[in-house]
Ligand binder design. Structure first.
Ligand SMILES: Cc1ncc(COP(=O)(O)O)c(C=O)c1O
Length: 376
C-alpha cells in the first residue's frame, strides 16, 4: 500500500528529538501554553516574518479569533470561496456574520479575484482568501481591492505554511494569517493546534486575550473569551518539526515536480502554480474526468488517494443558504467532481512517485484530442 501520508515515518526521523521535547514538557509541567508555546510563537513569527504569532488550539480557533479581533460580527459579510474546508465558512457563522462566496479559478483552485468587486456590498467587512493545497491565492489584487474598499484581509493559511507570494511568506501578506497544525498539515502537531500571525499589535493583543478567557490578568476578564490555548506538548513537538520544515518542503516540491514530469502525457490535469508564488504542496491534487473510477482503481492497485473536497460548502445541508443553489459556482462544483489528491509527503521515495504515476497513466489513459479538461 502506498499511503497518502506517512506520519510514522516522520516520527521515526525525529524520534530522539521529539521524545526529548515531550520529556521537557513533563519536567516543567507546563502543559497549557507555557514556555514551549512562547518559544514556538517567537520562532514561528520569525519564520513568517511578522512581529506577532499567537498559538491556539486549532486552525478553526485561529480563524474564529481573527474574525473577532477584526471586529466582524452580526450584520457583516465576509467574502470567501465555497471550495474549501468547512472551517473557513463555519467560523464566519460563529461570529454571526454571513459568508459571501465567489467562485474559484479552476487552474489554481483559489479565489477568482476578478469576481470579488461584484460581491462587495455595504455590509462587507473582510475578504478571506484560502491558500488551498499549499498555493497562495493571488494576493496583490485582493489587497488592492481590500484597501480601496476598506476591508480587512484574513488569510486562511491552514494548508500553506511555508508558502510565499512575491517573496512574502503566506500569513504575512494580509492583515491576519490563520494556520492549522492538524496532524496531516505540512507542519502537524500530535493532535490539534493552530497559530495566528499579524503585524497589527492591537489585533495581537485582542487575540492573545481572547484565546485564554479574555483575561487581562489572572482571573480577571476584560473580554468574553474562550479556552483556545495551545498545549505545551504540541508546541514542543511543533518546534522540532519547524526546524525541518524547509527541508521537507524542498522534498515535497521535488516530488511534485517529478509527478508533473511523469504525468505530463496522462489524461489528467496536474496542479498549476502562480508566477512569483512558492507552492508547498500540502496536497498534490490532480483533476480527472472519471475521478471516482480512477480513485477506485488506484485503491485496488494499493494506492491511497483522497478527495479534497467532494462537496462545495454552498451545497452542504448544514450551510445551505437561500441565496445559493447548484450551478452558482461552476468552477467550484466542477472541481468537486474531478479533484483527486495523490500520495505526497516528505518521506516518500521517487520510486513510489513513479509507481503511482505509472498506475495513473495506465488507468486514466493518455491525453487525447477529446480530453475534456484543459490545464492552463
Ligand atoms: C483550508 C482550511 N481551513 C481551516 C482549517 C481548520 O483547521 P483545524 O482543523 O486545525 O481546525 C483547515 C483544516 O483542515 C483547512 O484545511
Amino acid at each position: 500500500m502506498i499511503p497518502i501520508i506517512d506520519l510514522a515515518a516522520q516520527y521515526r526521523e525525529l524520534k530522539t528529538e521529539m521524545d526529548a521535547a515531550i520529556a521537557r514538557v513533563f519536567e516543567s509541567s507546563q502543559f497549557v501554553l507555557g514556555k514551549e508555546t512562547a518559544a514556538l510563537e517567537e520562532e514561528f513569527a520569525a519564520y513568517c516574518n511578522v512581529p506577532h504569532a499567537i498559538g491556539v488550539n486549532s486552525g478553526t480557533s485561529a480563524l474564529h479569533l481573527a474574525l473577532l479581533a477584526a471586529g466582524v460580527g452580526p450584520g457583516h459579510e465576509v467574502i470567501t470561496v465555497p471550495f474549501t474546508f468547512f472551517a473557513t465558512a463555519a467560523t464566519v457563522g460563529y461570529v454571526g456574520a454571513t459568508p459571501v462566496y465567489v467562485d474559484i479559478d479552476p487552474a489554481t483552485f483559489n479565489m477568482d479575484v476578478s469576481q470579488i468587486e461584484a460581491a462587495i456590498t455595504e455590509k462587507t467587512r473582510a475578504i478571506m482568501p484560502v491558500h488551498l493545497y499549499g498555493l497562495p491565492a493571488d494576493m496583490r489584487p485582493i489587497l488592492d481591492i481590500a484597501r480601496r474598499h476598506n476591508l480587512i484581509v484574513i488569510e486562511d493559511v491552514a494548508q500553506a505554511v511555508g508558502a510565499e507570494y512575491q517573496g512574502q511568506p503566506a500569513g504575512s501578506i494580509g492583515d491576519i494569517g490563520c494556520f492549522s497544525f492538524y496532524p496531516t498539515k505540512n507542519l502537524g502537531a500530535a493532535g490539534e493546534g493552530g497559530m495566528v500571525t499579524t503585524s497589527n499589535p492591537e489585533y495581537a493583543r485582542t487575540i492573545r486575550s481572547l484565546r485564554s478567557w479574555g483575561e487581562e490578568r489572572r482571573y480577571y476578564a476584560v473580554l468574553k473569551g474562550y479556552n483556545y490555548r495551545l498545549q505545551g506538548i504540541q508546541a514542543a513537538i511543533l518546534r522540532v518539526k519547524l526546524s525541518r520544515l524547509d527541508a521537507w518542503t524542498k522534498t515535497r516540491c521535488a516530488l511534485a515536480a517529478e509527478y508533473d514530469r511523469l504525468l505530463k502525457n496522462a489524461d489528467v490535469v496536474c496542479p498549476s502554480t502562480l508566477p512569483g508564488a512558492r507552492h508547498v504542496y500540502c496536497l498534490y491534487t490532480i483533476r480527472a474526468a472519471h475521478r471516482d473510477a480512477l480513485q477506485r482503481d488506484l485503491e485496488l492497485a494499493g494506492i491511497q488517494t483522497a478527495v479534497h473536497y467532494p462537496t462545495p460548502i454552498h451545497l452542504m445541508p448544514a450551510y445551505a443558504d437561500e441565496r445559493y443553489k447548484a450551478g452558482d459556482f461552476p468552477a467550484a462544483e466542477a472541481c468537486a467532481q474531478t479533484v483527486l489528491s495523490l500520495p505526497l509527503h516528505a518521506h516518500m521515495s521517487y520510486e513510489q512517485v513513479a509507481e503511482v504515476s505509472d498506475r495513473v497513466l495506465q488507468l486514466a489513459g493518455k491525453k487525447s484530442h477529446e480530453t475534456v479538461l484543459t490545464g492552463r
